[in-house]
Design a protein around this ligand. Structure first.
Ligand code: FBP
Length: 250
């Protein structure tokens, strides 16, 4: 079944604003302004993002006034950066709850190659089937990570991650960019009909960010799922505009 992505894409392209770093990294990512979810939701609404990505708690307490302004991708699993060993991201929210909160899609991270991969596969199966039965698109964060993964940004392991997203039923696969456009072309080909969006990563210069965005769009990516490089920037809306011009090739 092909799922309708119109609520979270425009002309098959998209830019999502990620704000789940409070769980994944902790408030060290934040300053006095962006520690307030309202500040980031305002950027998402004013910048006309195709969706904002939140965990359940933030969605419950802050999303209601933004419901008509920006679609929500609710992240259904997560982990902290405190645990050692092979990573596992545990389900912390149900599809049912995501629907109640007004989500237009759900998100789930799989650490490809982690010793806990089977557990994440089996949770993903359940949420993917339930989300699709309710017409909700599924976004997979496909991150190769764990002791057996020697290079998280290698071409073949990223292509494997992309393919796993396709095989397991993700509609959109979120991947990291390794800076090599030809690698990304192959990685995107491996994702087949599933769309690929690129994660932002830690803060880089605007020049670097725009250059990388040009490259990933040229390689065939559908867009970005970006966080820190927007809400840590001094000019988030101007920067958003520049990224959108590249993504929609204006
Ligand atoms: P950024 O643009 O800030 O990197 O956000 C993208 C994202 O995927 C977030 O959704 C998530 O919190 C974070 O990166 C996880 O990245 P990592 O596991 O590499 O720290």
């Amino acid at each position: 079944m092909e799922i309708n992505l119109n609520k979270i894409t425009r002309n098959r392209k998209c830019i999502f604003l990620a704000y789940d770093q409070g769980l994944e990294h902790g408030p060290t990512d934040f300053n006095d302004k962006n520690v307030d979810p309202k500040y980031v939701l305002d950027i998402a609404a004013k910048g006309r993002y195709n969706a904002v990505i939140l965990q359940k708690g933030i969605a419950e307490k802050y999303y209601k006034p933004y419901k008509k302004k920006v679609p929500l991708i609710l992240k259904l699993n997560g982990k902290t950066r405190l645990l050692k060993g092979d990573p596992v991201s545990t389900q912390v929210c149900s599809v049912k709850k995501a629907i109640e909160l007004g989500a237009s899609a759900v998100g789930y991270t799989i650490y490809i190659g982690s010793e806990h991969e089977p557990e994440m596969f089996s949770q993903f199966k359940k949420i993917e089937e339930e989300a699709h039965a309710n017409g909700l698109p599924v976004v997979m964060w496909a991150y190769p990570r764990g002791a057996v993964v020697k290079n998280e940004l290698g071409r073949d392991i990223l292509a494997y991650a992309a393919r796993i997203g396709l095989e397991l039923g993700a509609d959109i696969i979120k991947l990291k960019y390794n800076g090599r456009i030809n690698d990304l072309k192959w990685i995107i080909k491996s994702a087949g009909k599933a769309k690929v969006v690129i994660a932002g990563g830690s803060k880089v210069s605007e020049k670097e960010l725009l250059k990388e965005t040009r490259e990933v769009i040229r390689a065939g990516a559908s867009g970005l799922a970006i966080g820190r490089n927007i809400w840590q920037s001094d000019n988030p809306l101007e920067r958003t505009k520049k990224l959108k011009e590249i993504i929609w090739e204006k």
